[in-house]
Design a protein around this ligand. Sequence first.
Ligand code: DX5
Ligand code: ZN
Length: 227
Amino acid sequence: MEFLRLIAPSILSANFAKLGDEVTEVVGYGADWIHVDVMDGQFVPNITMGPIVVEWLKTVTPSPLDVHLMIVSPEIYIPEFIKAGAGSISFHAEATPHIHRTLQIIREAHVRAGVALNPSTSLNVLEYVLDDLDFVLIMTVNPGFGGQKFIPATVAKVQKLREWLDVTGHADVLIEVDGGINETTAGVMREAGANVFVAGSAIFGAPNRQTTINQLREAIENGAQRP
Ligand code: DX5
Ligand code: ZN
């Protein structure tokens, strides 16, 4: 089985006044998925965007839109994001008591389903839903804002998750890492077993976005560029 490695620029760090152009630009540079951070001001202390943004982005790019819900009661809003055209949807384990049911809602619509975990949340919450998942999003910073510093303890967490998925016959479940990902941390997380690399400020804040995406690609294909 091919081991997928994808780059997902997070539009949280893009210029919202010209969002369509920003997305088209990074897709042209080789971005695989476009990561859409949805925040409700309750689960996290920030407010961003809703399904209508996904609906409009769908009209400017063929790339899968990877919706990361940082909202309470995600099951209420998931049908709207499905209708808007999301390619994948993750929600936080900490935000709902109904992880299994929520995964089912997403999967029944033939959309990739993922559970997101805060840095302090144990992998154990996934134990009885491993068959119901397409991917796990491991937060490598605390959710809420772009441009934060990568939390090193999450490397061992990704290693442990990759081993666990492999030994339990779930090797096809993707691991997405999100927060503080740059050329260095992407290489480290690649070695730990991550598949999808979200990068917001590293890409949209770069003086040359094409060069940064090339460097990220190099790091996730060929391994860590240790300092
Ligand atoms: C944080 C978001 C991230 C954020 C990452 O809550 O989930 O997707 O955009 O931004 P950087 O890459 O700047 O850490
Ligand atoms: Zn995110």
